[in-house]
Design a protein around this ligand. Structure first.
Ligand code: COA
Length: 155
């Protein structure tokens, strides 16, 4: 995608019909630890705390993000942008959208991110997230996770 205005992009709730496109992005983004199709179906159909969003460009889904809202605490469960569309501001746009959505009911948002995931850490830092600790061996391959969090009070 060429650098362009974000006017043609739409952010909306993820539906069951979106899952097959989302799953393709998921598989390419998280090669060793991708979610199953069933995991997405479970989140959309069974998890009352879950809210999932997609970014679409025409009929194509180019990004998605999931959050859990539990009382006044929000947690990002996943966020990914199709490889062809990265570094165009889509990730930042989606992150700001879910922060704004969560701020209606929650006071803080947190997440775990791989220590070596510099691109993701960069967008979280830009959005105001700070580091809250490390979860050792958090991922299946043994990599540590950094916990990050942000106040949603001034979003
Ligand atoms: C993290 C991710 C969602 C970002 O999406 P994106 O649309 O590329 O994000 P943006 O275009 O808004 O911003 C990317 C920023 O990261 C920076 N960046 C990219 N690669 C980087 C790297 N290796 N080190 C540091 N910064 C990097 C870009 O320069 C850009 O910053 P800038 O706008 O200040 O120049 C995307 O890389 C992705 O889907 N990764 C795979 C899935 C993933 O890791 N999800 C996070 C799980 S915690």
């Amino acid at each position: 995608m060429e650098k362009q205005s974000n006017e043609a992009l739409e952010i909306r709730k993820m539906t069951i019909e979106d899952v097959s496109q989302v799953y393709k992005i998921e598989n390419k983004s998280f090669t060793n630890s991708s979610w199953s199709l069933e995991a997405f179906y479970h989140e959309l159909e069974k998890n009352e705390f879950a809210h999932y969003f997609v970014v679409s460009l025409g009929d194509e889904i180019i990004a998605y993000c999931g959050i859990w809202l539990v009382i006044d605490q929000a947690q990002i469960t996943t966020i990914s942008v199709d490889q062809s569309y990265r570094c165009n501001g889509v990730g930042q746009l989606l992150l700001e959208y879910v922060m704004n959505f969560a701020s209606a009911t929650c006071t803080t948002m947190s997440l775990e991110v791989r220590v070596e995931n510099k691109a993701a850490r960069h967008i979280y830092e830009k959005a105001g997230f700070t580091y809250g600790g490390v979860r050792r061996n958090y991922y299946g391959d043994g990599e540590d996770a950094k916990v990050m969090w942000v106040s949603l009070k001034n979003v």
